[in-house]
Design a protein around this ligand. Structure first.
Ligand code: GDP
Ligand code: MG
Length: 180
């Protein structure tokens, strides 16, 4: 199925001068870039992008718990909404620290294809051929928790067709998305 999805090269990806490398990965796939721009998000846009959604918070806590268990660490959170609020605050700080690149991409199964190209949320566990695994291999939940900051994993990509639709129109106006 032809889908559209939203990618953000987060502030660390731009700071590390990885824009070209990252865009190249998507151009090499059979997906088509249909919108692209640099934007310095304010708090309002960052909060809108990462709303405190119940299901998102549940999954967020699940992933963090699993990683903590494997490493024999205490996570210190059991309530997903409390955890979600804490991570959302860190994410807003992260996303507003410097400009990001917003990209809308279209193609067959674009949502899952892009998630595969970027790799797992925790770069330390992402496959070395994925963007996160190759360009941020040392970054982990453990380090992020110790430093009391968001996990820095270079990119965001929509996780469902519904979220992609919502996110694309948060970052782009209709006339900025091109058909060619
Ligand atoms: P993604 O879809 O792979 O980006 O991951 P999620 O939607 O689960 O989380 C959104 C973002 O929040 C991630 O990309 C990280 O930047 C950050 N994040 C997620 N989980 C944690 C966590 O347990 N600790 C910290 N510090 N940051 C997290
Ligand atoms: Mg996500």
């Amino acid at each position: 199925m032809i889908e559209q999805t939203l990618i953000l090269i987060k502030p660390d990806g731009v700071q590390k001068q990885l824009i070209g490398e990252i865009i190249r990965r998507f151009e090499k796939s059979n997906l088509k870039i249909c919108a692209l721009k640099m934007i310095w998000p304010d708090r309002e846009l960052a909060e809108k992008h990462y709303p405190l959604d119940e299901e998102w918070a549940r999954l967020l806590l699940e992933k963090a718990k699993k990683a903590a268990e494997i490493e024999n660490r205490q996570l210190g959170y059991s309530d997903h909404l409390e955890f979600g609020k804490n991570i959302q605050e860190k994410l807003v700080k992260y996303l507003t620290e410097s400009p990001v690149i917003a990209i809308a991409i279209k193609g067959p199964n674009a949502v899952s294809c892009v998630r595969e190209i970027i790799g797992l949320t925790e770069p330390f566990r992402a496959h070395p051929e994925t963007i996160r695994g190759k360009f941020a291999p040392e970054e982990s939940y453990k380090i992020a928790e110790e430093e009391n900051r968001s996990l820095r994993n270079l990119l965001h990509a929509s996780d469902s067709i519904e979220n992609a639709e919502r996110e694309i129109f948060m970052w782009f106006q209709k006339h900025e998305i091109h058909e060619y």
